[in-house]
Design a protein around this ligand. Structure first.
Ligand code: AGP
Length: 610
């Protein structure tokens, strides 16, 4: 998840672009760059590290980097190492066409081979650079047409902005799933990944919808479809204040991040799903080792532990490898028995959680291979592991983890499918079906969040004064109910308990009375019948059932009072959907109680102490 910004108008744009990047830095900050058109050529500066480094690099240009048309980028590396060459903007062989891109171009290798065969010279390892060479190949004076033709050759998930020294008064943007928005000023225009990037300059915005191309000039904008036909687009007035701007127009970071989950999953999957399998070449753990792995042990804390639990079910079901789970603070002191053929996976969004790091170090000392799953480049976890599988959720500000959880679950699905492929434990058509289902998830998540927000708010308002909640789930629904219970505890301070539903009659059932809300994760699974009978046991004690069920499964609705449905794709993938209504339930109850959901009491975003 990177941040892109562009300006075209009468003003010197260098500082406008830098300020825009500062407001987008939450999207990525491992390297950054600017390009500005000046007197018929384009000047460009790249810097590795956060924006401070870019500011220093720009200062060293002694004003040479100046002009009134420019683009900027802050990076979250996906393809290519964190180097100056791989920082954006990228340019074509002539250095006259420059682009910034957020997202992933999936067919970049074949495009690059074609462009190199036609004489293009590449200067980076990134997928994004192909866009600059492709536009240049089509450019015959009309930048909009060149971008349109290039857009139709690209496959993937991205938004980009192009600029040319030969067309200095226009910027051309294109969107395929990744966010892009235009800002209309007085005789000037902006284009960026998010509104806060230019909100201090103009409140008049135009959203770029999926599959659209837009040309912005100082006088305004022109929207076209990939076939070249003209599109109308209204100008909306944004009334956000500064604080709201930081939150992208949402009232809190937690709600903003719940709405960023589709992107977080799309980014984490992007470039890792092939035709009928998973491509995880760059995780630093060899296929040879994975083919010979004896046991997988997952260690983590809190929400990351719950993501690991989902991973266990998927690995055992698809890859038929034995998986052990352990809370990191227990693992590090239980004197675990490990061997060279064991793989220990340490999951930590921050990559700085003390207990998880210590567990990973212990595993390495005992000869096991260690894979880190983390959301933060350069974090300690990346140094305490033999290999790293990055989630790509972007920076998470809200203490209660949401988008990093779904990104971790997506990463676990990728890893489990990879292992299944290496062990030949899944029929090719089954694997192809799972890959197709995974590919469809970002779109379905975006739809789901919009559809269930209001109904979940109503359920939350109904139960906001409850003094206790019980959460029940079975099989792969269990980690989701554990996560839902944790979310409600974290942000509403209401005591909750989460149990394997089959365990309820061995004790927790004693907690139930006619006032108890019981949240049940009852999506499709081989044990749904068992789950339905547990729900009946709950109802028999007069308690109330709020259930999360698969779309169209009327059977759950027969037993539960309130049901939130999620898309019915492969049952082992549905938990990634099922957590979303539980996040929203916790969020809405906490808000109804007037609590600060972004900084809940007693909690820290990163727990760097034991
Ligand atoms: C989750 O909402 C909490 N912030 C907490 O449980 C968190 O998951 C835990 O501290 C682990 O953090 P990590 O993923 O950064 O290691």
């Amino acid at each position: 998840m990177c941040g892109i910004i562009g300006y075209v108008g009468p003003r010197e744009c260098r500082d406008l672009l830098m300020e825009g990047l500062r407001r987008l830095e939450y999207r990525g900050y491992d390297s950054a760059g600017l390009s500005v058109v000046r007197k018929g050529s384009v000047g460009s500066v790249h810097a590795v590290g956060n924006l401070e480094q870019l500011r220093n690099a720009v200062a060293q240009t002694n004003g040479h980097l100046s002009g009134s048309t420019g683009i900027g980028h802050t990076r979250w590396a996906t393809h290519g190492r964190v180097t100056e060459e791989n920082a954006h903007p990228h340019w074509d062989t002539s250095g006259r066409v420059h682009i910034v891109l957020n997202g992933i171009v999936e067919n970049w290798t074949e495009l690059r081979d074609r462009l190199v065969a036609n004489g293009a010279e590449f200067t980076s390892e990134t997928d994004a650079e192909v866009v600059a060479h492709l536009i240049s190949e089509y450019f015959d004076g009309d930048l909009v047409e060149a971008v349109r033709l290039a857009y139709n050759d690209l496959r993937g998930h991205y938004a980009f902005v192009a600029m040319s020294a030969d067309a200095p008064s226009v910027l051309v943007g294109a969107r395929k799933e990744c966010p892009l928005v235009v800002g209309i000023g007085e005789g000037e225009s902006f284009i960026a990944s998010a509104i806060p990037a230019f909100l201090s300059e103009t409140r008049r915005v135009q959203l770029v919808h999926d599959g659209e191309i837009v040309a912005v000039t100082p006088d305004g904008s022109r929207f076209i479809a990939p076939d070249g036909s003209a599109l109308e687009r209204a100008v909306d007035e944004v009334d956000w204040d500064e604080e709201e701007a930081e939150k992208g127009g949402y009232e809190t970071f937690m709600l903003k991040e719940i709405h960023e989950q589709a992107d977080a999953v799309a980014e984490t999957l992007a470039g890792r799903l092939g035709e009928d399998g998973v491509e995880l070449e760059d995780i630093g753990i060899s296929d040879e080792f994975l083919k010979d792995v004896r046991r997988v042990i997952i260690v983590a804390c809190g929400t990351s532990y719950h993501a690991g639990l989902v991973g266990r079910y998927a690995i055992e079901w698809w890859a038929r490898r034995p998986v052990e789970m352990d809370i990191a603070s227990e693992f590090r002191y239980r004197n675990p028995v490990l061997s060279e053929r064991d793989l220990v996976i340490g999951i930590s969004q921050s990559g700085e959680t003390a207990d998880t790091l210590a567990a990973m170090r212990l595993a390495r000392e005992r000869g096991a291979k260690v894979l880190a799953i983390t959301n933060i480049m350069g974090s300690q976890a990346t140094r305490d592991a033999d290999g790293v599988l990055f989630t790509r959720a972007g920076l998470e500000i809200g203490v209660a983890a949401t988008k990093t959880f779904v990104a971790q679950v997506a990463a676990m699905y990728l890893f489990a499918l990879k292992l299944a492929e290496l062990h030949g434990t899944l029929e090719p058509e089954v694997r192809r079906g799972l890959v197709e289902d995974l590919r469809s998830m970002p779109h379905l998540i975006a739809q789901l969040v919009d559809e269930i927000e209001e109904p979940t708010r109503r359920i939350a308002r109904h139960w906001k004064d409850s003094e206790f909640f019980l959460y029940l789930g079975r099989h792969i629904g269990l980690p989701i109910c554990l996560e839902g219970a944790l979310k409600l505890k974290e942000v509403s301070y209401i005591p909750t308990d989460a149990y394997a539903a089959g365990e309820m009659k061995h004790g927790p059932i004693a907690l139930l009375d006619e006032n108890t809300p019981v949240v049940c994760v009852a999506t499709d699974s081989p044990v749904l019948d068992k789950m339905l009978s547990n729900i009946a046991e709950v109802r028999a004690r007069g308690a109330h059932v709020i259930a999360v069920a698969s779309e169209g499964s009327g059977r759950v609705a027969e037993h539960a009072e309130q049901v939130v449905e999620v898309p019915a794709i492969d049952w082992l993938l549905q938990p990634l959907f099922a957590v979303i209504p539980l996040q929203l339930l916790a969020y809405e109850i906490a808000c109804a109680r007037g609590l600060n959901v972004d900084q809940p009491r007693n909690l820290a975003k990163t727990v760097t102490v034991e």
